[in-house]
Design a binder for this molecule. Structure first.
Ligand code: RNT
Ligand code: ZN
Length: 414
């Protein structure tokens, strides 16, 4: 079927596919730099810590800022949609031996990233890096009972607020700054309150750094457990939600890998939108645990996108990808994951939500179920191909060849 036929089919259920394509092209999704080098960064030699892991040793990992930027460029040339760049503090670029530790990093250490983003018309999101560092003491940072350790990490958070504001001013796009710590205990703790009181105080101290709340959107990300910290995570869902709810201008961030396996973030999105003017998401795919597999176009991914669209919240939900797979071509991982989320958004925007809501409100639930299933058979693939065409992105049969060439000519030579 051609796009013109598909367009007519969707018009039949009241959807203007051209308008949807035009709108989706303007919605930014944050692309995480850390898929390109297995969450390593440029400021340390040690292992990845903090309860997160990458598995696999596919060849061609980016080792320098230049390689990482080249790889990001390759990926963004192959996938449709508007991108925002998501950086971690450990991706600071130190030139001529001018190293600065995490508590001392400055905007100038990110000048090259700002240039890169500006040249590509992208905004930048930012994350302090509270892991993979020798000042993580006994798996603790902002919750540490050791005041010197805690102070170091508070200073890191403040430095990141200054850098986030610099990003926003330079790019003209607000910067979402996400606080996530892996702090926790492997086995049953004897004090669950103390670490949380210290975490609360630490974030409040970080927020005492003066900044413009319209330029920097500070989020707090929750987690249920991490590898090596299975029994207790200080930044639990209740902790972060309550923190955000009680601190003006702070957003809760939900990562869909961070809940018990039968919980779904799709259902949590409208729950939070009932109370918060803005929220943030990390979009990932956990298989059996928070494994951070590449996002695919599966049911829950689609359901999350549907909730954002049907709640009329595309302008209220900051969407960021967060997965890292070192077992496949890393550029393909970006392209597949980013495109899958684009597909989920496109599919959600091609859904006749008003009609479906009406069926629910009139308690016509048999028809509702029937229609849910009918919609799945509409010629979505034709609209997707048109979207790729309009965005100047190749369809799948083409991009995979392109990546294989890049692998042969660039990645395998590293
Ligand atoms: C870890 C969190 C966190 C990290 C990134 C690298 O479980 O999801 O968001 O993945 O900060
Ligand atoms: Zn996350």
């Amino acid at each position: 079927m051609s796009y013109q036929d598909a367009k007519k089919r969707y018009a039949g259920i009241g959807i203007d596919t051209d308008a949807v394509i035009g709108k989706l092209r303007e919605i930014p999704v944050s692309l995480h730099c850390w898929q390109g080098d297995d969450v390593t960064g440029f400021d340390h030699d040690g292992p990845l810590t903090g309860g997160i892991q990458t598995t696999g040793n596919y060849p061609g990992k980016a080792r320098t800022p230049e390689e990482l930027m080249d790889d990001i460029d390759k990926a963004i040339s192959l996938m449709p949609g508007k991108k925002k760049l998501n950086l971690h503090a450990c991706y600071a670029i130190f030139e001529n031996g001018g190293f600065a530790d995490r508590d001392k990093i400055e905007p100038r250490h990110f000048e090259k990233w700002v240039k890169f983003a500006k040249e590509r018309g992208m905004g930048i999101d930012f994350n302090p890096t509270f892991f993979s560092h020798d000042k993580v003491k006994d798996n603790l940072t902002l919750t540490s009972p050791d005041e010197e350790t805690r102070k170091f990490w508070i200073e890191h958070g403040k430095a990141c607020i200054r850098i986030s504001e610099y990003f926003a001013k330079e790019t003209g796009v607000p910067c979402v700054m996400n606080i996530w710590i892996g702090d926790g205990y492997k086995d049953i703790p004897s004090d669950r309150l103390g670490p949380r009181l210290r975490y609360k105080d630490s974030i409040e101290q970080i927020l005492s750094e003066p900044y413009d709340k319209s330029l920097v959107k500070v989020c707090v990300e929750s987690k249920v457990f991490g590898v090596g910290v299975e029994a207790y995570t200080a930044g639990s869902s209740e902790f972060t939600l309550t923190f955000a709810a009680t601190h003006e201008g702070i957003l809760p961030l939900m990562d869909n890998g961070h809940y018990h396996p039968t919980e779904v973030v799709s259902d949590k999105i409208p729950a939070l939108l009932t109370f918060f003017p803005e929220i943030a998401l990390h979009i990932t795919r956990g298989i059996r645990w928070d494994s951070d597999h590449v996002v695919v176009f599966d049911d829950e991914t689609r359901e999350m996108a549907k909730e954002i669209v049907r709640c009329n919240a595309l302008g209220k939900v900051y969407m960021a990808l967060d997965f890292f797979d070192a077992s496949i071509n890393r550029i393909a991982a970006w392209v597949i994951g980013f495109s899958s989320w684009q597909k989920a958004l496109l599919s959600a925007m091609l859904t006749p939500h008003e009609t479906l809501k009406k069926l629910q409100d009139e308690n016509r639930l048999t028809e509702l179920l029937a229609m849910h299933e009918e919609i799945k058979m509409l010629p979505f693939g034709d609209v997707w191909e048109e979207y790729c065409r309009v965005c100047g992105a190749p369809v799948q049969s083409k991009w995979i060849e392109d990546i294989k060439e890049y692998e042969k000519n660039v990645l395998l030579k590293r």
